[in-house]
Design a protein around this ligand. Sequence first.
Ligand SMILES: [Zn+2]
Length: 451
Amino acid sequence: MTTPTLLLDDTQCPENFDSLIINVNIATFSKQYGFDRALAAANAVNDVKNVPDSHKSYGQILNAAIAITDGKISWIGDSAHVDRVNNTARQDKLMDANGQWLLPGFIDCHTHLVYAGNRSNEFEARLQGVSYQQISDDGGGIVATVSATRKASFDTLYQQSERRLQAMLAQGVTCLEIKSGYGLDLATERKMLQVARKLGEDYGITVKTTYLAAHALPVEYKNSDFKNQANGADKYIDKVCEWMAVLNQEGLIDAVDGFMENIGFNQAQMIQVFEAAKALGLPIKLHAEQLSDMDGSGLVAKYKGLSSDHLEYLSMANVALMAQQDVVAVLLPGAFYTLKETKLPPMDALYQQNVAIALSTDCNPGTSPLTSLLMVINMGCTLFGLTPEQALAGVTTHAAKALGLAHRKGSIAVGMDADLTLWDITRPADLAYQMGLNPLTKVMVDGVWQE
Ligand SMILES: [Zn+2]
């Protein structure tokens, strides 16, 4: 370590804090403390000799102290400077972390957390040799989830989704994105978004809602009223745009997403959805290049979208466009794993062009029934070759960026929201290396320690 204290606030710890943590090692993921996306990427391509000393992996500060006031980080200093604090009246606000590691609260930036039912029956059938086609002919797949979600009452949908949320919170998630997209009609898309909003309110965490009615073509648009599926899909997309305006008016939409794929919607249809979003001032993102190269990421760049997600089939040209517009690449190793995909996203090109890489569970009942962000961190390293530093940046600062929240969440610096996680680990890489161990000891949300 070279003179880390130079980066710290050299003043004495302020008097008016609500919480003070001492003897803590901090992985800040903040530029201010030496974290650098490009240098972290250089580390990943074995270019360590070109990484200057000024780069601090994880933006780490050892043996630090951190003060929180009014829900924000108000001071970060050397733990030694706190020795001068001897106001016994404030002892109850003080926590000695005994050398544990403090990280930003984890952010899961791509989830389909709200849905009813599950598809373990299909998982079992497939392993017994039943084909995807047969499962689909029997009303399985996304059709089964849409049907269960339409039928579920608000309370049933809430209760089933809440269990998944609780599993995420238990692993340090303090902010997440939740998509609609299993309603595919106005009433059920609304119900899903309302459940997402209520989960955020009830648990006091940040939930960003994403309108994903352009997820799949509902059965009622596949029937004989429409001469062919393309015609039905066009009619459906008209509805998607109409409902978007209604649900946005109701304050239920923070961003708009779609599934652009040879088995999803085409470019003309996605342009129509993005134009509708743009007219309402809503940011966009896209499920793109998961199964084929449809040029979706180029479209996201054109609309200056927040993120392009999946990206196994991403072209070099579109990596460059994403870099130009600073679009986040959201990688979803859970789906890659479940589908036994073998084609990797173009990792070297993403590093070389300095594209921010986020990681997420993609929690959904079909391709990624996963609620463990810790497992995702491990998979990001094992399957995609990320370094632990990059993988952890992918669930903190880069995930915040994918939700348009990087100015206040995802890194630890003065003025940022006090969403923090404390881990009983030797070094941050423990979180990427261990599978099935949860060393989380404490979580702070908005400056308040959670029970
Ligand atoms: Zn998804």
